[in-house]
Design a protein around this ligand. Structure first.
Ligand code: SF4
Ligand code: SF4
Length: 357
């Protein structure tokens, strides 16, 4: 542990009543008591005190958290985030070469191509100091990219779009515990932003936004730009009258991406956009800061894939209970993982309903 305060924090967590487990999607989806926040904290404390013989077992548990932040939101202590300690466990696994197979493969792809998916074209168009960073998940989603292009063109905003090739925020490296690799990726992203002289950047992926606004700082990389999430950008365009939309007059359920709700704190903008689009919003039982991870967050996806399937099946069930006409989210990964409910990105809904040309 770095200091006495951290030792006290993890000890408190290890001895806690563990009520936050009822917000933990991996526990709720699997019923596995061993991966609840308090049990994870206890393992971390035992590892700190060198009580753990089964290193592989310890590291496996570190990769079974979705890193969604629900335990932070529902914690009985202020300013405590168990993920900081889980992340250190992952870094140890990386250093000792004991990553889960799936994680290792993704990291190897990243080392070769500078992104988690493989060889890609550079995506670059437009000019100006307002950037749009196309996340790696959005790069694979042509419908989402076309929708964003349409909105940019109709609104007449000057937007400098960039992404693809080896431009990635580095989140896969971070969640794999490769701190040095992540630091290099953060430095590269800073170079990409600086050379384009951007002042503000739109992020379509909440996780990229978290990396660039919060986690880069922890590794000593500070970006001199303001970030806005797509939902904030769309809401502003509608409020300023730069785009006009038709009303749908039907029902929609919004799935709050966990990082957008738990870390970025954006839950109102998407709902305001949906209301302007004429949707009656049907909230799932778990929404806003009570949302459940889709299962696709880097934390789970590059760890234990069986866990991803269980968490996503649970979330799909919760969403279907609303029986809405449309299911919508604001993260390209959530859209891909929750495709069983015909999930759309909110950007697509806005583009479909634009009426000013
Ligand atoms: S995360 Fe917070 S509420 Fe949950 S077990 Fe740890 S200390 Fe208790
Ligand atoms: S970050 Fe999410 S998945 Fe991990 S222990 Fe906390 S609530 Fe559970």
């Amino acid at each position: 542990m770095a200091d006495k305060k951290e030792l006290e924090q993890i000890t408190n967590c290890a001895m806690c009543a563990n009520m936050c487990k009822y917000s933990c999607p991996t526990y709720l989806a699997t019923g596995k008591e061993t991966i609840t926040p308090q049990k994870i904290a206890r393992l971390i404390l035992y590892e700190e005190k060198a009580f753990i013989d089964d290193k592989q077992g310890f590291f496996d548990v570190m990769f079974q958290s979705a890193m969604c932040g629900a335990c932070k939101v529902h914690c009985v202590y202020d300013n405590y985030d168990l993920r900081k300690f889980i992340q250190r466990g992952r870094s140890k696994a990386f250093k000792e070469g004991m990553l889960p197979d799936e994680t290792r493969k993704r990291i190897e792809t990243f080392m070769r191509f500078g992104n988690p998916y493989g060889e890609r074209q550079l995506l670059q168009k437009g000019t100006g100091d307002l950037g749009y960073f196309v996340s790696c998940s959005a790069y694979n989603d042509q419908q989402l990219l076309k929708a964003m292009d349409r909105i940019i063109s109709v609104s007449k905003e000057q937007v400098h779009e960039f992404g693809g090739a080896d431009i990635c925020c580095g989140a896969p490296l971070y969640y794999a515990g490769d701190t040095e690799g992540f630091k290099r990726a953060a430095g590269k992203m800073k170079g990409e932003i600086d050379k384009r002289k951007l002042r503000r950047v739109i992020a379509d992926c909440p996780n990229c936004m978290k990396m660039m606004t919060e986690v880069y700082h922890e590794v000593g990389v500070d970006l001199d730009v303001e970030f806005v999430h797509t939902t904030e950008f769309l809401n502003a365009l509608l409020k300023e009258g730069k785009i006009k939309v038709d009303r749908a007059n039907t029902t929609a359920t919004f799935h709050d991406p966990c990082i957008l709700a738990n870390d970025i704190g954006v839950t109102t903008d998407p709902r305001e956009v949906l209301r302007v689009l004429g949707f009656e919003i049907r909230e799932p039982v778990y929404s806003r800061e009570d949302t459940h991870c889709c299962g696709g967050l880097c934390g789970a996806r590059i760890g234990d894939c069986r866990l991803t399937d269980k968490v996503s099946s649970m979330r799909i069930g919760e969403l279907k209970e609303t029986a809405a006409d449309v299911y919508v989210s604001a993260c390209p990964t959530c859209k891909a993982v929750l495709s069983d409910v015909d999930m759309k990105d909110i950007t697509e809904l806005v583009a479909e309903q634009i009426i000013n040309e």
